[in-house]
Design a protein around this ligand. Structure first.
Ligand code: SF4
Length: 398
């Protein structure tokens, strides 16, 4: 059952959730979605409440492509606005006036574009490689999210319609690597590719088949594995048959923090409850313990969350689980934006007395916990995991 986050312009009540699945109209053309015999969550009233799309900004070539046509058919009542580029759309990106309608914009607006740059970057922490994503932006609105920074204040989902080119690029990249010879913390055997760095693939799957296409592509690559973090439980993903080649990482934080900070996401308990189903459907299921927000009472809250994990997860999930621990990184510009739409979030995110600022390569002023605070918190969280969930291997803590 969804426990709605306190988004300023969201009404209260159930937004979405497994129990809210309701049959809806046909999903339009689909090359590779789940079988049509079962009702699709993406056609449910709950999914449409998350994405009541009214306006689609589209590059002409993207709109004319098969994937673009699939998206336009899903939202036939949306107004289509032609744009030269999916990047820097006047009135949508970087517009201070959007702060007041920050959350609404995320659900009511989509962008269709073609991804021009196909670059896979080495990572080594969360994954071996960061793949060029098939989307950028998100319909959810976590107050600490770094995804909007480069596009400014509003960053609804941009769907890249040329996912076929992304998959062809990945195929070449994977072939060039050959087999993985040395196990590392990312994976013992496979090269791990993060396919969702700048969005949430579970939400993208409400819009079109990009996520399905990526999951299906990785089935054919025995030396590689897709990986993405998510805060949204989309039951349609259960039908994609990933055959162990996709790792889904459910992001977790104590429910009280999540209700305050994870605006528009699935409740934490729902993400945990879904783990067994995703494992049974052929996914590898890991967890992101992130972001860890240091606030009064944080240790007790995390201890309780870990106790809950230990209580409810099936043994088969525990046997294969691993976790990433990521301490909060915040940002001065985002802090200023958040004060305009969700100031209560800043009471826990903005803690200058225990944080330090550092200018990043792109000039942004990022804010992290002071080294001593961070080291102490990581040690404490490791100790809590060792005590409460000793089966949960921490892949890395950062
Ligand atoms: S779910 Fe992820 S991408 Fe979406 S708003 Fe939250 S942190 Fe950002």
């Amino acid at each position: 059952m969804h426990d709605p986050s306190p988004a300023p312009d969201e009404g209260s009540g159930t937004l979405f959730g497994l129990d809210a699945l309701a049959p809806g109209p046909s999903s339009g053309p689909s090359a590779s979605g789940p079988p049509p015999s079962r009702p699709l969550f993406r056609d449910s009233a709950a999914a449409r409440r998350l994405l009541p799309v009214r306006e689609i900004h589209a590059e002409p070539a993207a709109a004319a492509s098969p994937r673009g046509r699939q998206v336009l058919a899903r939202f036939p009542d949306a107004r289509v606005v032609e744009v030269d580029s999916h990047w820097g759309i006047p009135g949508l990106h970087g517009n201070e006036g959007n702060v007041e309608r920050w959350v609404r914009l995320k659900g009511e607006t989509l962008v269709l574009g073609e991804r021009k740059t196909l670059t896979t970057r080495p990572n080594g922490r969360s994954a071996d490689w960061i793949a060029p994503g098939a989307s950028n932006g998100c319909a959810m609105a976590c107050a600490y999210c770094y995804v909007p920074r480069r596009k400014g204040y509003a960053n609804p989902v941009t769907v890249f319609t040329n996912v076929d080119r992304i998959i062809a690029h990945l195929g070449r990249h994977i072939a060039r690597q050959g087999p993985k010879r040395e196990p590392n913390q990312c994976d013992a055997d496979a090269w791990v590719y993060d396919v969702g760095e700048n969005g949430d693939c579970s939400v993208d799957a409400l819009i079109c088949d990009n996520t399905a296409d990526l999951v299906h592509a990785f089935r054919q690559w025995p030396t590689a594995k897709a990986s993405f973090a998510t805060k949204f439980v989309n039951p349609d993903l259960l039908a994609l048959d990933p055959r162990g080649r996709t790792r889904i990482r459910f992001s977790l934080m104590p429910p009280d923090d999540s209700r305050l900070l994870d605006v528009r996401t699935s409740p934490v308990a729902e993400r945990i409850a879904a783990a067994g189903d995703f494992l049974d459907a052929g996914y590898e299921v890991h967890f992101n313990l992130s972001p860890v927000v240091v606030r009064p009472g944080w240790e007790e809250a995390w201890a309780e969350l870990l106790r809950h994990l230990d209580d409810v997860l099936p043994e088969r999930v525990k046997r294969q689980a691993a976790a990433e621990v990521i301490m909060l990184t915040h940002n001065r510009d985002l802090h200023e934006v958040n004060l305009g739409w969700h100031p209560r979030a800043e009471e826990v995110l903005w803690r200058p007395e225990i944080q330090q600022a550092k200018r990043s390569e792109n000039g942004a002023l990022n804010v992290r916990y002071r080294a001593d605070v961070k080291a102490g918190a990581v040690d404490r969280l490791r100790a809590l995991v060792a005590a409460r969930t000793p089966w949960l291997r921490i892949r890395y803590a950062f």
